[in-house]
Design a binder for this molecule. Structure first.
Ligand SMILES: [Zn+2]
Length: 180
């Protein structure tokens, strides 16, 4: 399972509905990423790229999120998909709206407009969320130093990272780590 898949499942992120499905080996049920059911243990989760693959592996569709209902799959525009892909694969880079736009060969204004309209969140806000989600996860599941985590989510300066993290979660990284 890729990191963004697990993050999408944890956040019940409906933007990934239709892009992949996840099965839970203990129940043999598969769901859309957005399913509001209880979060399974990570080691019990398998990712399927299609419902057929899940069915073939012996999983049944969840009655709550109905992953076998094709009507929910809404194609997103290419540019939005590409933006998300860049953000997810380049979290550690010093990405900005301008740099995103450059990679997509469009103007920052245009990217901002299209992305925000379709996702109800600006590209930079989306980037921040992706960074902070990954940082939170690393704080909870690894022993990495805060400065290393900061770098892995695009902050060369650990103090800047801590400030951003605090602003986003209302807690310092160390506090967040020890609290849970
Ligand atoms: Zn479900």
């Amino acid at each position: 399972m890729k990191e963004f898949e697990w993050i999408a499942i944890r956040n019940n992120d409906n933007r990934f509905d239709g892009q992949f499905f996840y099965g839970v080996s203990t129940t043999l049920i598969f769901c859309r990423p957005s399913c509001p059911s209880k979060l399974p243990l990570r080691q019990h989760v398998s990712i399927f790229l299609s419902q057929c693959a899940a069915l073939e592996a012996g999983y049944r569709p969840c009655k709550r999120c109905c992953p076998d209902d094709v009507a929910f799959v809404q194609p997103r525009s290419q540019i939005v998909n590409q933006t998300i892909e860049i953000i997810e694969t380049q979290l550690a880079e010093p990405l900005t709206l301008k740099k995103l736009a450059e990679q997509l060969f469009v103007s920052p204004t245009y990217l901002q407009k299209v992305f925000s309209k379709e996702m109800n969140v600006s590209p930079t806000r989306y980037l921040m969320k992706a960074r902070m989600d990954l940082a939170k996860q690393q704080l909870l599941t690894t022993d990495l130093q805060v400065s290393d985590i900061a770098q892995s989510v695009g902050y060369l300066n650990a103090a800047h990272f801590s400030t951003a993290f605090h602003k986003y979660t209302n807690q310092s990284p160390t506090h967040y780590r020890t609290k849970v």
